[in-house]
Ligand binder design. Sequence first.
Ligand code: AMP
Ligand code: ZN
Length: 114
Amino acid sequence: MAACIFCRIARGEAPARVVHDGERVLAFHDIRPLAPTHLLVTPREHVASLWELDDPQLAGELLSVAARVAREAGLERGFRVITNAREHGGQEVDHLHLHVLGGRRLGAMLPRLF
Ligand code: AMP
Ligand code: ZN
């Protein structure tokens, strides 16, 4: 996965504003933020999307780092964690990442059921 942009960031070959640099998980600022805080949490190893993720420990670490960077960013009023998977999910970078969004009230994503 030599050309994968998030693999290149993980190897230190492409720039990023890193906020968490762990053994298996990296978090950095999104270059086109959609909210005052917009971070991406990714595995260092190449996993294409949530569809391919089959490692409960890595899954736990990703979610745990998402919570940690949200706390460190001061998002006590709330935040949202999203992952887009594959074509119908609108995924643009084919390396698994969790978006951590906060710092403003986010619009509802799902229709109210009642
Ligand atoms: P997705 O549609 O879930 O695949 O989102 C990909 C996200 O990666 C977008 O929000 C982009 O702004 C972001 N992105 C793409 N390239 C970079 C980069 N080099 N550094 C930081 N964020 C990036
Ligand atoms: Zn990759």
